[in-house]
Design a protein around this ligand. Structure first.
Ligand code: ATP
Ligand code: MG
Length: 357
């Protein structure tokens, strides 16, 4: 039995680890793809949210990027809290401030082959998105999934919520855990992926998924005027130059957003029917969408105001979470060094040193 199975005891909720790189604010795509799920899961599982600033270094590492970690981490946490993450339930921590992350990462690097990592399509996609040429592909980017394994195993998380494209990374973590256990004895539980198959939310420009760097995102922190302007300039059916031309609802981003965010189902059905029949202008469809988004964003904004008006609270949440994870991490590393036998090596040298002095 793995020593880490203590959380398998009846009544003890399983532990989840998930998070984001602090590269900017969260948008509706994040809500659809991950936030919504996390808000739900926090009631069922012990949730740890990682602000993965070390993972950011694989593609963003300038002095400016690092300076921005502070404001981005604060923004990220404000978005979590506004979206409904309960800081009394979930633990939020800053990856770079847990030194054991570096320690375990260095050890785990030896439990996966370069070939295995080179075969991951996700790393090439990340390099492509960050415009990194093959010859400048960083060693750290190759190690991205290993660092992820270090986060997951350090926290002894049993569940990792991911999209299908990230499934391979959890598989790497499982392989590393297995390989480590075979070599030194059971210590790590193989985490399971909690697969979500939600398709990516399309951007306002209909050019691929909503993404903060593509300037096609509606952010959770956008004010009403900004949201209305973004909705007003959204891509719709290009053949509708007049309201009386019948339009296509399927694959039309305005209607995709209506389907997801408009709580007035009857209105959505009615707008769809009129759109197909050429009996409604784009303007009206967009105005109703902006209204619906306002209803969706209003409680999020209220929570954002609440937390922004408590100076220091966000920092306190990050720091107390970091201290908590440091404790978990120190315990894990004590076990790791013990299983590997490093602690005995150190002891031996330390004691010999004392005798000889
Ligand atoms: P960047 O432009 O810097 O790549 P981004 O806006 O694409 O940023 P990421 O930080 O790359 O956001 O996304 C992190 C995670 O958020 C993704 O792995 C995915 O789970 C989720 N996510 C991001 N964008 C979307 C989207 N449009 N639809 C659904 N999920 C999304
Ligand atoms: Mg992205």
């Amino acid at each position: 039995m793995p020593e880490s199975s203590s959380r398998d005891q009846p009544g003890k909720p399983k532990r989840i680890l998930t998070g984001d790189r602090p590269t900017g604010r969260l948008h509706l795509g994040h809500w659809v793809g991950s936030l919504q799920n996390r808000v739900r899961l926090q009631h069922e599982y012990e949730t740890i949210l990682i602000i993965a600033d070390l993972h950011m270094l694989t593609t963003k590492k300038s002095r400016k990027d690092i300076r921005e970690v502070l404001s981005n981490a604060r923004g990220l946490v404000l978005d979590y809290l506004s979206a409904g993450i309960d800081h009394e339930r979930a633990t939020i921590y800053l990856q770079s401030a847990v030194p054991e992350t570096f320690q375990l990462n260095t050890i785990l690097q030896n439990f996966v082959t370069v070939n295995r990592l080179l075969r991951l399509p996700s790393l090439k996609q990340m390099a492509g998105a960050a415009e990194i040429e093959e010859e400048s592909f960083p060693f750290g980017l190759l190690g991205y999934p290993v660092l992820q394994a270090a986060d997951i195993l350090l926290a002894k998380a049993q569940l990792v919520p991911v999209g299908r494209d990230n499934l391979a990374h959890v598989e790497i973590t499982r392989e590393i855990a297995r390989h480590f256990n075979i070599t030194y004895g059971e210590i790590f539980e193989e985490p399971e992926a909690l697969l979500s198959d939600i398709p990516a939310l399309v951007g306002t420009d209909n050019r691929g998924k909503m993404s903060k760097s593509a300037r096609n995102a509606i952010f959770l922190s956008d004010d009403e005027k900004t949201v209305r302007a973004k909705v007003g300039s959204m891509f719709t059916d290009p053949k509708r130059i007049h309201p009386y031309i019948p339009g296509t609802v399927e694959g039309n981003p305005v209607f995709i957003y209506h389907e997801i965010f408009n709580d007035n189902r009857a209105e959505v059905k009615e707008l769809e029917a009129r759109y197909r029949a050429g009996k409604v202008g784009d303007r009206e469809v967009k105005d109703r969408l902006a209204d619906a988004l306002e209803r969706f964003l209003a409680p999020i904004r209220d929570r954002a105001d609440f937390f922004s008006n408590k100076p220091g609270l966000v920092d306190e949440i990050i720091w107390s979470g970091t201290l908590k994870v440091r404790q978990i991490a120190a315990e894990t590393m004590r076990e790791v060094y013990h299983k590997m036998g490093f602690d005995r090596v150190w002891k031996e040298i330390e004691q010999k040193g004392e005798i000889n002095m």
